[in-house]
Write a protein that binds this ligand. Structure first.
Ligand SMILES: *Cc1c(COP(=O)(O)O)cnc(C)c1O
Length: 384
């Protein structure tokens, strides 16, 4: 089995090695303030030698840093099931990752890649969770992490970065400014970039959740997933999750693709609007769900293509619907998720009348509620 990067736009292939990020040809059309073109995909050639539930990944297992990422619980929320009359509803609880978010899956693979090639520093821009995640995994691996973070990032995420000992460069501006500054830094210094979508391993790392869902549904007698709800901002998690199901079909572990839904905040819904309209239109984002608040989805083109190909869905919900869903989820299940994740649940609540009652539905809860307590506090009438 041999791993390569392939450009889904033109089909060009490249070796998976340091310094390679985008497709040389297709990235020429990149413009500032637009989704990235030429985002590469990890593919394998030949027959993979795998045992039972192994996840095919482009970096060998021995390089993964010693920290327990993934294998998060997939569980049946009994009281919520009863309340909604849905016996096939499941929660994938990625708040249980070491730094408290789904981002650890990508950081883990990027860190392993750096270890394999003897790279000691990784830089990235983030709205918060990617930074706290990479800092966490970097601490476990003994790597230097340099983070470009907008000053407006939630305080808990900033404190995580400092606790884990990463170098914090606060940016006076938006995530887009931080993105450009971090790229300039990695280009000048030759440090590995973990910028989301730009580094293809950030997408590939996020497919591992799909493999666990399929494995754990089978173990618990839940059959195959029919619908999966994913909170979506830049579109990296959803692209990785779809890629995971594509791999699972290819390996014969599931018989069909589930319908994957992009759940977005109304105030940051570029991908949902593009799926409906056929092309992108950008508006300044405005939502309390900071992890999915993006003006321009960096992985928008790649994610949209995957959603279209597999008949994915999209749903946009208001901030009020997000906060109501957050409280409902906490009280009906005992799982306190951050607003971005509550958005996935709110999206499901909004479209559930379209979904047959016996379909198997998985809600991906990607971040802990403790990461951003400001809006959560307001939702329960508490003052900070
Ligand atoms: C980053 C993030 C998302 C959204 O992922 P994208 O790849 O930007 O679409 C959702 N939930 C949480 C908790 C996140 O940190």
């Amino acid at each position: 089995m041999k791993w390569l990067y392939r450009c889904p736009q033109c089909g060009a292939t490249y070796p998976i090695e340091p310094g390679r990020y985008l497709c040389d040809t297709c990235s020429r059309s990149n413009k500032p303030g637009m989704p990235l073109e030429g985002v590469l995909e990890c593919v394998w050639e030949g027959t993979p030698v795998l045992h039972d539930d192994d996840i095919p990944l482009p970096v060998e297992r021995e390089f993964f840093p010693p920290v327990p990422v993934g294998n998060t619980p997939l569980w049946a929320p009994a009281r919520l099931r009863e309340d909604l009359g849905r016996n096939k509803l499941w929660l994938k609880d990625d708040t249980c990752n070491p730094s408290g978010s789904y981002k650890d899956r990508a950081s883990w693979l990027v860190s392993a890649f750096a270890r394999k090639f003897g790279i000691h520093e990784i830089a990235l821009a983030s709205t918060g969770n990617a930074a706290s995640s990479m800092s966490c995994i970097g601490a476990a691996a003994g790597q230097k992490i340099t983070v470009f973070l907008p000053k407006s990032a939630p305080v808990a995420k900033r404190i995580q970065v400092l606790q884990y000992g990463a170098e914090l460069r606060e940016v006076d501006g938006t995530y887009d400014v931080a993105f450009d500054q971090s790229l300039a830094y990695s280009n000048e210094t030759g440090v590995l970039s973990r910028n989301t979508a730009y580094n293809p391993l950030t997408i590939e790392g996020k497919k591992t959740g799909s493999f666990e869902i399929v494995r754990d549904l089978a173990i618990q007698g839940g059959g195959e997933p029919d619908h999966v709800f994913v909170p979506t901002g830049d579109g990296v998690i959803i692209a990785g999750v779809i890629k995971g199901f594509e791999d699972l079909v290819k390996l014969g572990r599931i018989s069909k693709m589930p319908k994957v839904w992009a759940a977005q905040a109304e105030g940051s819904s570029a991908i949902a609007r593009a799926l409906a309209a056929g092309s992108f239109e950008f508006l300044p984002s405005n939502t309390i769900a900071d992890s999915i608040s993006v003006d321009v989805p960096r992985n928008g083109s790649f994610a949209l293509e995957k959603l279209k190909r597999h008949h994915g869905g999209a749903v946009a919900v208001s901030d009020k619907e997000i906060l109501d869903a957050q409280v409902y989820l906490s009280r009906a299940t005992g799982l306190f998720a951050e607003p971005s994740s509550a958005c996935a649940f709110a999206g499901f609540l909004k479209v559930q009348h379209e979904i047959p009652i016996d379909d198997t539905v998985v809600i991906m809860l990607t971040g802990s509620g403790l990461k951003d307590i400001k809006s959560a506090a307001a939702a329960v009438g508490a003052r900070l």
